[in-house]
Ligand binder design. Structure first.
Ligand code: PMP
Length: 389
């Protein structure tokens, strides 16, 4: 009836052919075959019993992954950034001080978010090619006595891993909550929320969990829970953990609606957790360590160097690789995708122009995948000889 009123004609949206590359950047990584199937499961309405049963399964699986007995465990609708945003906006009030241990771009994002909430964000920056000592963090804690310390466990922009063990105790000595980003470390690198005194933690699904992006598990300690329950400020409605805890039935008596959860992502996260619980965490950690050790050995055989000098600071999931002088990092990345359909990334933020970033994690943590990456890289370095650049 109104057809003559259309001022914008329907575009022709054609079918596209796409050959999926082998995903070996810092994320996303490839998904479990079972996840591809889980994504096609039936839609669940926001108030049906089966949805709440699935949420219960997810919470149980996440407690295992984070190694926490806390009840306040749920998943944010959104990618890893929503986890970051939820922790900061719920746990730090405007004008309170948040200390941000800064070595890569995720810490810079946390700073940017904190500023937008009117938080007094203070950075403590170290060179990008190492992680923090507990001693230097304690010096900063005693100087600023912040309400919270934000720190990244695995940094995908630099390829470094941060020791968290012992940090919770230090933070609590100064009345500080410990907030940790485990987006690119959880499942691949040991992490013990309760034993290490972590107060707020988030992760994402598209890294070592080998699922699709778009749903981000978070967990809060009892200390953090108290702060949330007694706070005077209101975080954004969509990120309000008090309200979300009711939707996720964290205390066992409130199955209710807050917003419409995405059923494919809920099914997919449940499926990833099922896979990791079947494999068990110790086996997943051991597998990631062994595959990456093999990868590093092969890099060394080619006389390639690591951007991170201290082996203990190197992250298992993302390796930052330095090429001999004369190679253009972007050209190497482009060649590998074009000729081999293998996707790796160049450096980012502080590592831009200084290294490649190669992600070996989740279902791609295998010898076969490392061999594919090494074959593609070897060919790229041969084809793009320094003299041809
Ligand atoms: N933290 C880390 C360590 C990350 O690697 C990423 C994403 N690469 C993020 C946070 C942000 O996650 P997302 O892109 O899923 O929002």
């Amino acid at each position: 009836m109104y057809s003559t009123n259309l001022t914008v004609p329907a575009p022709k949206i054609v079918d596209r052919q796409f050959k999926k590359p082998l995903l070996c950047g810092p994320g996303p990584c490839d998904v479990w075959p079972s996840v591809a199937e889980a994504l096609t499961k039936p839609v669940l309405s926001p108030l049906c019993d089966e949805l709440f049963n699935v949420l219960d399964d997810i919470r149980a699986g996440m407690k295992y992954l984070f190694q926490t007995q806390s009840n306040l465990v749920l998943a944010m609708s959104g990618s890893g950034h929503t986890g970051m945003e939820a922790l900061i906006s719920n746990l730090v009030a405007p004008k309170e001080t948040m200390l941000i241990a800064t070595r890569g771009i995720w810490d810079e994002r946390a700073y940017e978010m904190a500023k937008r909430y009117g938080i007094n964000a203070v950075t403590y920056r170290i060179p990008y090619n190492r992680s923090f000592s507990l001693k230097e963090l304690e010096t900063q804690l005693s100087k600023h006595r912040p309400a919270a310390l934000f720190i990244t466990h695995g940094d995908s922009s630099t390829g470094t891993v941060q020791k968290i063990e012992g940090l919770g105790e230090l933070c609590h000595k100064y009345g500080t909550l410990l907030l940790v980003d485990t987006v690119v470390s959880l499942v691949a690198v040991p992490f013990f929320m309760d034993a290490w005194g972590v107060d707020g933690v988030y992760t994402s699904t598209q890294k070592a969990l080998s699922g699709p992006a778009g749903i981000s598990p978070v967990a809060f300690s009892v200390r953090a829970e108290e702060k949330i329950n007694n706070r005077k400020h209101d975080p954004p409605f969509y990120f309000d953990i008090k309200l979300l805890a009711k939707q996720w039935n964290c205390y066992g008596n409130t199955r209710c609606y807050h917003h419409t959860l995405s059923p494919p992502l809920i099914w997919a996260l449940r499926c990833c957790l099922q896979e990791v619980c079947k494999e068990t965490l110790p086996k997943a950690w051991a597998k990631h360590a062994a595959t990456t050790a093999y990868f590093h050995k092969r890099l060394q055989q080619m006389a390639l160097e690591f951007l991170i000098p201290n082996p203990e600071d190197r992250l298992t999931t993302v390796t930052t690789v330095v090429l001999p002088k004369g190679y253009d990092y972007l050209e190497v990345v482009k060649y590998m995708i074009k000729k081999h359909n293998v996707l790796i990334f160049p450096g980012l933020g502080p590592t831009a122009g200084k290294s490649l970033r190669v992600g070996i994690m989740g279902v791609n943590s295998t010898i076969e995948v490392v061999d594919d990456v090494m074959n593609a890289l070897t060919d790229a370095l041969r084809a793009l000889t320094k003299s041809s650049l």
